[in-house]
Design a protein around this ligand. Structure first.
Ligand SMILES: C[S@@+](CC[C@H](N)C(=O)[O-])C[C@H]1O[C@@H](n2cnc3c(N)ncnc32)[C@H](O)[C@@H]1O
Length: 290
């Protein structure tokens, strides 16, 4: 059930004891974090990206969220997350790979639940904190610097989980399995997870370390103990992705970003277009059995 935003005051604040996350930062974590720090910073600095996403997404662009702050999520995706998680104001959600927090903040504003955002990017987490403050939901949002593969949250401490376009960026498939197992571990029995991720049929270039291709996430979800309630290709992802990347390539990014940032965005756009036929965005709703 989606509870209207004006009922937000009924949701209790998140307290320290709800969190209990241990963040032991390793050199690997710092490497991952700083790569994504750069990605979040360059997206936030690009008006072009904002314009392109708004033009291509049309009514499905979530305009009220600070622009460029999200990757592929549409308004329909967020409504699906809010609906499928079946939250109540007392519920604690976890957003796995929350980035700059736009999807999580939108979802708790709509549902009045509380959220713990987990990510390794300090820049992303700071943007998420700032966004929660700007939207007046800071009492119900906490962010934690932690690895998705070892969350540091207590067993069965969350009522729901969401993860948008984050699991697939973990380079090794075995670590993605570990991350999905972690999601199952921290969910209460009956807890629901909405996962948007990218299937990939073959290895493609990336701007970071190579990512093992995973062509179907259902075996990982089942192996982690989830029941897979829904597993669908994300509607319209392909024409949208094609148009966004074509327009990024035509845009004058070098006028607004430093040369390295512009080149990184252009390179992602080229790689995305080249791999369009060998990847798919999928959305799964998975449930931890009672
Ligand atoms: C493509 S962004 C998506 C961010 C956000 N979910 C959104 O839709 O805007 C992927 C995020 O995953 C985070 N990430 C990557 N590997 C991670 C790991 N091992 N542990 C925690 N976060 C990770 C990155 O820092 C980045 O913020």
């Amino acid at each position: 059930m989606v509870i209207p935003a004006e009922d937000g005051n009924r949701a209790p604040a998140l307290r320290g004891e709800d969190l209990d996350a241990v963040s032991r930062e390793t050199p690997d974590h710092r490497r991952i974090g700083s790569r994504w720090d750069a990605a979040h910073a360059r997206r936030a600095g690009s008006q072009t990206l904002r314009r392109v996403q708004r033009e291509v997404y049309g009514d499905d662009y979530f305009e009220d969220v600070v622009p460029n702050s999200f990757y592929h999520a549409t308004l329909s995706d967020l409504k699906r997350v809010a609906r499928e998680l079946r939250t109540s104001p007392r519920h604690i959600l976890v957003d796995l790979g929350c980035g700059s927090g736009a999807p999580a903040v939108w979802v708790i504003r709509e549902t009045c639940a509380r959220v713990i955002g987990v990510d390794l990017s300090g820049v992303g987490l700071e943007q998420a904190r700032e966004r929660a403050r700007a939207w007046g939901v800071q009492e119900r949002a906490r962010v934690v610097k932690s690895d998705l593969c070892a969350l540091g949250l207590k067993d069965a401490s969350c009522d729901g989980a969401m993860s948008l376009d984050a699991i697939d960026v973990i380079p090794r498939a075995a670590d993605r399995t570990a991350a999905i197992r972690e999601a199952a571990r921290v969910l209460k029995p009956g807890g629901r997870m909405v996962l948007a991720t990218w299937e990939q049929d073959r290895l493609s270039p990336t701007i970071g370390p190579p990512r093992d291709p995973v062509s179907d996430y259902r075996p990982m979800l089942l192996e982690a103990g989830f029941e897979v309630e829904t597993y669908i290709e994300s509607p319209d992802w392909k024409p949208r992705d094609r148009l966004v990347n074509e327009r990024i390539l035509q845009a004058e990014l070098r006028d607004e970003l430093d040369a390295d940032s512009a080149e990184a965005l252009l390179r992602v756009a080229r790689i995305s277009l080249d791999s369009l036929e060998s990847r798919r965005r999928v959305v799964a709703v998975a449930v931890r059995p009672i």
